[in-house]
Design a protein around this ligand. Structure first.
Ligand SMILES: NC(=O)c1ccc[n+]([C@@H]2O[C@H](COP(=O)([O-])OP(=O)(O)OC[C@H]3O[C@@H](n4cnc5c(N)ncnc54)[C@H](OP(=O)(O)O)[C@@H]3O)[C@@H](O)[C@H]2O)c1
Length: 270
């Protein structure tokens, strides 16, 4: 008997934003392994195609009969018209979504208040907050109509505790936390589950995006400490999704063992 029973994932359909890299890509593969169908959404279609291939391989290797359908949808969650047409662009047989993972998000820069470009403020809010809200509003209508579904939002330790140089990103993730908490309370009389995953440091393209492509600066973020991997977070997401229907993992706060807060980390060597 396996300790981790993933049989509840078999045949489920997952809509995953930000599926082209990092946590999203790893989560797609793990759901595929568990026998789910996955709708992979992000802006970079070529990268999504590679993730879809990895999903197909993982599903094949699992030997599971259920699931195994992987659709690619180009989606910029910050573009309202793209979100509005999202359901129409999903293949007919995958339109009944069981699990929504709102993962798309990013941080730009480490500028202090007063020096932050308006365009950076808008970009972070448009994706991390308004995009997440738009996609949720779209899907929750159908979840309510069917009285089922699971919304998994990717928050952050930055949504629990702000830090210098992260004011806007922290504000967006605090918004994700507030939105997730309100939604959880609104849906208390339904069978719909709401989970917020709050990771600490995860080594993905996240820091490369933060430092606008400067890989050297990005690598320094993980100096002397073993960060979480995208796969670590994928496991938490899939774990939450595979609990029995009466169990809701409302919050999952997950940190590297040597990181306690956004700014307190022990860098004694990996
Ligand atoms: N890495 C960390 O330390 C960490 C810690 C806590 C929380 N998080 C959160 O985890 C989530 C995933 O980040 P990650 O670490 O996996 O970073 P990543 O490797 O940079 O991946 C980010 C993903 O989001 C997608 N994305 C960005 N903007 C988008 C938009 N407007 N519309 C659709 N997709 C968009 C990207 O795809 P395209 O570029 O193809 O659109 C990419 O697939 C984010 O919400 C992030 O805030 C990360």
């Amino acid at each position: 008997m396996s300790v981790f029973n993933a049989s509840r994932l078999a045949g489920k359909t997952v809509l995953l934003t930000g599926a082209s890299a990092g946590i999203g890509a790893a989560t797609a593969v793990l759901f595929a392994k568990g026998g789910s169908n996955v709708i992979l959404a992000a802006r970079r279609v070529e990268a999504l195609k590679k993730v879809a291939e990895a999903c197909a391989t993982a599903h094949k290797e699992s030997g599971l009969q259920q699931g195994g359908k992987f659709a690619i949808v180009q989606l910029d969650v910050s573009d309202k018209s793209q979100v509005a047409s999202l359901l129409d662009r999903i293949p007919q047989d995958l339109r009944e979504v069981d699990i929504l993972v709102n993962n798309a998000g990013f941080v730009l820069g480490v500028d202090r208040v007063g020096d932050i470009a308006d365009t950076d403020v808008e970009a972070m809010f448009n994706t991390n907050v308004f995009g997440l809200i738009s996609v949720t509003q779209l899907l929750v209508k159908d979840f309510k109509a069917r009285n089922t579904g699971h919304i998994i939002n990717i928050g952050s330790v930055a949504g629990r505790e702000p830090y210098p140089g992260g004011s806007i990103y922290c504000a967006t993730k605090h918004a994700v936390r507030a939105f997730s908490g309100a939604l959880l309370r609104e849906l208390v009389d339904t069978k719909i589950r709401v989970t917020e995953i709050q990771p600490g440091m995860v080594e993905t393209e996240f820091s490369v995006v933060r430092f606008r492509g400067d890989k050297e600066k990005a690598e320094k973020v993980y100096d002397g400490i073993q960060p979480l991997t995208a796969e670590d977070i994928a496991e938490e997401i899939v774990w939450a999704a595979s609990r029995p229907p009466h169990v809701n993992l409302a919050e999952v706060f997950v940190m590297p063992v040597n990181q306690a807060t956004p700014t307190l980390a022990f860098r004694g060597g990996k």
